[in-house]
Design a binder for this molecule. Sequence first.
Ligand code: BGC
Length: 349
Amino acid sequence: MSKVSGTPFGVTKKGEEVRELTLDNGTISCKIITFGATVRTLTVPGRDGAVDVVLGYDTLAEYEENGGYFGAVVGRYANRIAGGRFVLNGKEYTLARNDGPNHLHGGNVGYSHRVWTVEEAGADRAVLTLDSPDGEEGYPGHLQARVTYALEGSALSIHYEAVSDRDTPCNLTNHSYFNLSGQGSGDVLAHKVQLFCSAYTPAGETSIPLGTVDPVEGTPMDLRVPTPIGAHIGEPFQQLVWGHGYDHNFVVDGQPGALRPAARVCSQATGVGMEVETNSPGMQFYTANFVENGRKGKGGAVYSSRHGFCLETQHFPDTPNQPGFPSATLKAGERYDQTTRFRFFLLEG
Ligand code: BGC
């Protein structure tokens, strides 16, 4: 059904052809590869010229082999499910434990490691789809996912849709690592971050939420006013120690379901600012804590821990085992509908 779009970006180890699509609206541009529906580049105006603000790789082999989910769409359930198990409608389901004792980002071959189909490829808009069979990675129901990337003025908008023929947990996000000073330019500790989040879900040693929703007030998790990422990251606060930095789910203020501001981040080095809006209940703020020193990136870049930050809009981690959290069950026949917009602007002065 889909016509051949974009340019070749290699062949997976299993022999599937991967393509790269380029979107450009004259203000911002990006490259999307069909492996993982991954954002490989995202170029926005800076004070002194265009800046590529996402980490990535030059080759498909690196996307296949390296951990970290650079730029990918993750699913069927982004983030962790404790013990790789959950009960839904009275039946227990078992998933891969691919992160210590827990399930992470959809398992051994999550949506980030599947080749998506191009449904539409325009100058400033691309639609990719994925067919996820019943039982894939242990999840119930045949799920059909659809992700639309659209350039809207100075924003990249991502719209996630999914339908399933059985009830299933569903939580899709994009795992881009941003560096607004330019990918490969070093750490992001001087970036100022503001999260429109008055609460977060504290987690235990293996990053599974403890079940409470705690106020950020009076803790280093309080990022409600613009704060350098590095200001408190090294404090001996138990949550930051266990997370090796920020790696926490924040509760986005306002009503889930409504598109509302979630974050604003700025780099003085390039003058690039980014605003995130989402209709998701939560957002993982992650400071690339587990990117090892010396990882080779695009165009000769060398990455390390804290060289990027992720803002993964999402349902709260481990919701399938946490009755107190807003439900992440996609009911059979209903439509999953998530939108996140990353809008870029230039700082004054
Ligand atoms: C998780 C981190 C994990 C990273 C890359 C993030 O969403 O919260 O703990 O290391 O993804 O896998």
